[in-house]
Design a protein around this ligand. Structure first.
Ligand SMILES: [Zn+2]
Length: 366
């Protein structure tokens, strides 16, 4: 038996909800976490047709990229497709979950999927986020340091890029005077004690602060643990908008546009004038990414692949970069494959279905 909350836990390991933008509404939109899963349908968007597909394929959980409930829903009387879709899902006991800008912001997320389809190598986050890391410093008897650190690493501290178990320690003397009501592990009530201690520092994602501090308190021998936690200004190079990588070899603009069209199955690409240089470094951002143009240029990208570009924004390329708008749906539709493949590796006791319906509301006439 698998419950919805177990699926959500796995999805949120890939794309933690605190990484979503403030305006977003990712998470469990409809349904109860302690419901047993009968099957999961993966899709880019949730529409009434998608809910019908879930019913037909006996899936009681729909995992999507775009949250069907995005703005406040004040009435539910079926006057538009959002309300009708939500009503249909509730009536049929189908849970709705969206992993949106949080999935845009992680390694292995939406932009990694685009980069991989294009065959980019050496993929990195284009605009790393700040103010999402903290530092924990704590004091510990030297003989207990390793055990406490191990508990902190298991709770998610000490990861920097491809390096885990990162910490720093130095040795010194800690002092304390236990009161008459204290229960000291070392020393006696009412007597000043001096202990050989380590001062240890580790970094952690700020959203894991609760679980890291409980691991500290659980594993530390002292009745009262001395620690400081502080917010850092550092960029988190693992988390942020867009991605950038390199093609194995430079390509002429026509070859590149053909490659882009084929690998993303785009029927049309709106692009700016080629710069005349070969295209090797490529920046990508699924969905509306014009806000990242400056990052793409300063990272030395020859082309920027995104969607939802407005007419006047195309002028900003100024022949320094080729902007390629492949369409919002086309840039993100393979997100359903990414989510399907990710969950397939972890659960196999119920159906995991890729939606067969195109939810693209845009048609091209040529
Ligand atoms: Zn989107």
């Amino acid at each position: 038996m698998t419950f919805i909350k177990e699926i959500l836990t796995e999805l949120e390991k890939l794309a933690p909800l605190p990484y979503q933008e403030d305006y977003d509404n990712a998470g469990l939109l409809v349904g109860a976490p302690d419901t047993e899963v009968t099957g999961i349908l993966f899709t880019l968007d949730i529409t009434e047709d998608i809910v019908d597909e879930a019913i037909r394929r006996q899936c009681n959980l729909i995992v999507a990229h775009h949250p069907i409930i995005f703005k406040g829903l004040k009435k539910l009387n079926g006057k538009n497709y959002v309300e009708r879709t939500v009503i249909k899902a509730i009536k049929n006991d189908i849970a709705l979950y969206a992993t949106h800008t949080n999935l845009d912001h992680v390694k292995g997320g939406v932009n990694w999927q685009i980069a991989k389809r294009l065959g980019l190598q050496n993929i990195k986050v284009l605009a790393p986020k700040r103010q999402i890391l903290s530092k924990l410093a704590f004091f510990c008897p030297v003989e207990n340091t390793q055990e406490v650190l191990q508990a902190l690493f298991e709770a998610g501290a000490g990861q920097i890029g491809e390096y885990s178990n990162c910490s720093f320690r130095n040795e010194g003397q800690g002092t304390f005077l236990p009161s008459e009501n204290a229960n000291p592990v070392i020393g006696d009530r009412g007597e000043l004690e001096t202990v050989k201690e380590h001062r240890v520092e580790v970094m952690l994602p700020s959203h894991l602060q609760g679980q890291v501090l409980s691991a500290l308190k659980r594993s530390h021998p002292y009745e009262e643990v001395a620690y400081y936690i502080s917010a850092l200004e550092n960029e988190n190079q693992e988390v942020g908008a867009g991605a950038i990588g390199e093609l194995p070899e430079g390509m002429g603009s026509t070859d590149f546009l053909n490659h882009l069209k084929n690998s993303m199955r785009a029927s049309v690409i709106k692009h700016t004038e080629p710069t005349g240089e070969a295209i090797r470094r490529v920046a990508v951002c699924g969905g509306a990414g014009s806000f990242l143009l400056r990052n793409a240029i300063s990272a030395g990208a020859d082309a920027f692949i995104t969607a939802d570009y407005k007419y006047h924004e195309f002028f900003d390329a100024e022949k320094r970069i080729m902007i390629c708008d492949i369409g919002h749906y086309e840039s993100e539709v393979f997100t359903k494959n990414l989510l399907h493949d990710y969950i397939s590796g972890k659960f196999s006791n119920f159906a995991l279905c890729l939606s067969e319906i195109s939810t693209n509301p845009v048609r091209y006439f040529s």
